[in-house]
Structure formats: structure tokens, C-alpha cells
Design a protein around this ligand. Structure first.
Ligand code: ZN
Length: 251
């Protein structure tokens, strides 16, 4: 999210002004020009929400605003939710993708070691030509994914390419990773099933408002085609995870 303050101009300021005006600050015109009235309202909003009242709208202020309905303002930037639900919890994932035995790697990281032959039987290398040349992607363009979902993964990237949307994918940050959720030993990451991948994490961090349409790193325009291919977007999770795309159903 773009940080804005007095003197800032543009679409992000318009959104911010709509929000302030919508929660009752009088005299705010959504003209895209961050002037003294917008500054005073911002400072007031920050002090009422336990934030440092500096008038600078950055990550913490956006998050507080988000919890108070800022997403309504963003609605036009916000892709519709699909008509299917995400898999919640690893028992739902295991029902589709299978159970595996594992133990903590105990190597000072969150890594786990899968101790049966589940990974050998289920995790395959899938060539995604559109990802060739990306950091963390081998020269072959092959990334690891669950075999049951490999076709829809290929179709998704083909669909993005046909729609002229591959220029929205700026960075790739991994798919199959056998590990626990960061900081929560014992809780399997949803990447441990090989059914999810992350893109553009720099602009779509966990617990942050995902980049808006028109901002660098925005993935929102990619969501409709992801849904069509059975993927659920982490930006639609209650804990925002805008970088994350995860198979919710096998097609
Ligand atoms: Zn992820």
C-alpha cells in the first residue's frame, strides 16, 4: 500500500478521503488532493485508534481503517469471492490431498521431514513456461505441486497469459514447502500439501491490505481466472494473505 500524507495526490488519496468522509468526518471532498482538512481528520482517526497521530497514512493506519470498513471503499478494486469455499484447516486438505507422516526437522527452522512415501507419490514437478527466468524457479520452469492439481495449475498460467495478465506476476515465492506455519510449531503450513503457491509477496504481505489495482504488485486482476481454475485467493481469507493462491477443489 502506498503511504500518503499531506501533499500527496492521486487515486489512493481519493480512496482515503472517501473512507474518512464515510465514517463521518465532515467537509472532506474526495478530490485526490491530501490537504489540511484531510490531514486533521487523519490525525484524529489515528489518535482515536491508538496509532501514532502523525497524519501519515501507512500500513498500520490502513489496517486500522480496513477493520472499520475501508474495504467497502476499495470494493471496486476488490474481486468478487468465488461460489466455492476455501479449504479450512489441514484435515480438509488431507481429505483431498492425502495424509502424510512427518516430524520436525529440528534444524532451527520451521521445516518438517515427511517420513513416509506420500511426497514421492504425490508431489510432482510441473513445467510452467510462464515462470521460466523467475527467481526461485529452476531453469526448467518446473515447480513442485500436488499431482491431482497439476493440470489446473498449468491451465491457470495459460489463462493468465492469454488474458495478457502475466505482466502482473512480478515475483514468485514458492509452492510446495514441507514446513510448519511460521512461528507456530506443530501446525502444518498449507504449503505442506503442495496445493498452493505465492506470488508478489513484497506487495501483498500476510495480514496486510493487498496492493490495489493500479499499484505495483497488485494481483487482484488475477483472481477471477484463478477462481475459474479452482484456486482460492488468500486476499479473501479473514487473515489477509494476498500473495497466496490455493487449490480449493480439484477440477
Ligand atoms: Zn502462501
Amino acid at each position: 500500500m502506498q503511504t500518503i500524507r499531506q501533499g500527496s495526490k492521486g487515486a489512493q488519496v481519493v480512496r482515503w478521503q472517501y473512507f474518512l468522509s464515510g465514517i463521518g468526518y465532515p467537509g472532506i471532498t474526495a478530490d485526490g488532493d491530501f490537504g489540511p482538512k484531510t490531514h486533521r481528520a487523519t490525525v484524529d482517526f489515528q489518535s482515536k485508534n491508538g496509532l501514532s497521530a502523525d497524519g501519515i497514512v501507512g500500513e498500520k493506519t490502513y489496517l486500522a481503517a480496513y477493520n472499520k470498513g475501508y474495504n467497502q471503499v476499495e470494493a471496486r478494486d476488490w474481486p468478487a469471492k468465488p461460489n466455492f469455499n476455501p479449504l479450512t484447516g489441514n484435515s480438509q486438505r488431507a481429505r483431498i490431498f492425502g495424509n502424510f507422516k512427518y516430524r520436525a526437522a529440528n534444524d532451527g527452522t520451521d521445516a518438517i521431514l515427511v517420513t513416509d512415501d506420500w511426497a514421492k507419490k504425490n508431489i510432482v514437478y510441473v513445467e510452467i513456461p510462464q515462470l521460466k527466468g523467475f527467481q526461485w524457479v529452476p531453469a526448467s520452469g518446473k515447480i513442485q505441486f500436488h499431482r491431482l492439481a497439476q493440470k489446473q495449475l498449468v491451465n491457470l498460467f495459460n489463462d493468465w497469459e492469454k488474458a495478457g495478465l502475466m505482466d502482473r506476476v512480478l515475483t514468485y515465492a514458492g509452492s510446495y514447502v514441507p514446513r510448519f506455519v511460521r512461528g507456530r510449531p506443530g501446525v502444518l503450513s498449507n504449503h505442506a500439501f503442495g496445493s498452493a503457491f505465492d506470488i508478489n509477496p513484497e506487495w501483498n504481505g500476510l495480514g496486510r491490505v493487498p496492493a490495489l489495482v493500479g499499484e505495483k504488485g497488485c494481483v487482484r486482476e488475477l483472481v477471477a481466472l484463478a477462481n475459474k481454475n479452482g484456486f482460492y485467493w488468500g486476499g479473501h481469507f479473514s487473515r489477509l494473505d494476498g500473495m497466496h493462491f490455493e487449490v480449493a477443489k480439484i477440477l
